[in-house]
Design a protein around this ligand. Structure first.
Ligand code: FNR
Length: 184
């Protein structure tokens, strides 16, 4: 069970990167969670470049998504939306089609009491347009500076909710595999 984690914040002290770090630590064999470190190296999406000379970093991202059984996407909220970093990555993924049908879990952390709700809603709409299967369970972390310290989720109820999200994502991926093996 391979889960690919994508984080929409490039900030070194990112609360959302901390969520992904804790998610990786909570993921035990036979599950594994790898974090894609390449989003900061993606050029801005350009359909001409996509047609003529696909950058290696884009091909790498598409391959990583294609090889994953499921995705965990953590997003900051900027101006009531997701980050440009994530939107740009998703634009590169549209043409590849690797995300279609793939289970995706969404999480967001924000210092605000709204917990990044608008960013997740925005992201869910984009992912639905890409035919990704966003699972109904999500994780919102409001007042995240109180629940995340030293780069880790330290608030116990939030850690438990993160573990629950990972379980729900893994179950969605297993159900998809079961459907695939029944069909073949
Ligand atoms: C923000 N922030 C923010 N928060 C929020 O809940 N709703 C919002 O619309 C915004 N808008 C926004 C715009 C800009 C330009 C900045 C710099 C910040 C606050 C944001 O959630 C906070 O900085 C988080 O800590 C960013 O996520 P990371 O980097 O900690 O993962």
């Amino acid at each position: 069970m391979k889960i690919l984690g994508l984080c929409g914040s490039l900030r070194s002290g990112s609360l959302n990167a901390a969520v992904l770090r804790s998610a990786a630590e909570l993921t035990l064999p036979p599950r594994e969670l790898a974090v894609d470190p390449g989003l900061d190296r993606l050029p801005f999406f350009d359909a001409d470049v996509e047609q003529t000379a696909l950058p290696a970093v884009v091909a790498g991202l598409r391959a990583a998504v294609g090889a994953a059984d499921a995705l965990l996407i953590v997003t900051p909220e900027y101006a009531h939306g997701t980050s440009g970093v994530l939107k740009n990555a998703l634009e590169w993924l549209v043409g590849g089609g690797e995300i279609a049908g793939k289970p995706v879990a969404l999480a967001s952390a924000s210092p605000a009491i709204t917990g990044g709700d608008r960013a997740r809603a925005w992201l869910a709409e984009t992912l639905a347009a890409m035919d990704a299967r966003v699972i109904p369970r999500e994780l919102r972390i409001p007042q995240a500076t109180l629940r995340i310290t030293d780069g880790r989720v330290t608030d116990e109820p939030t850690r438990a909710a993160l573990a629950g999200l990972l379980d729900a994502l893994a179950h969605a991926a297993e159900a998809r595999e079961d459907r695939g093996s029944l069909a073949s």
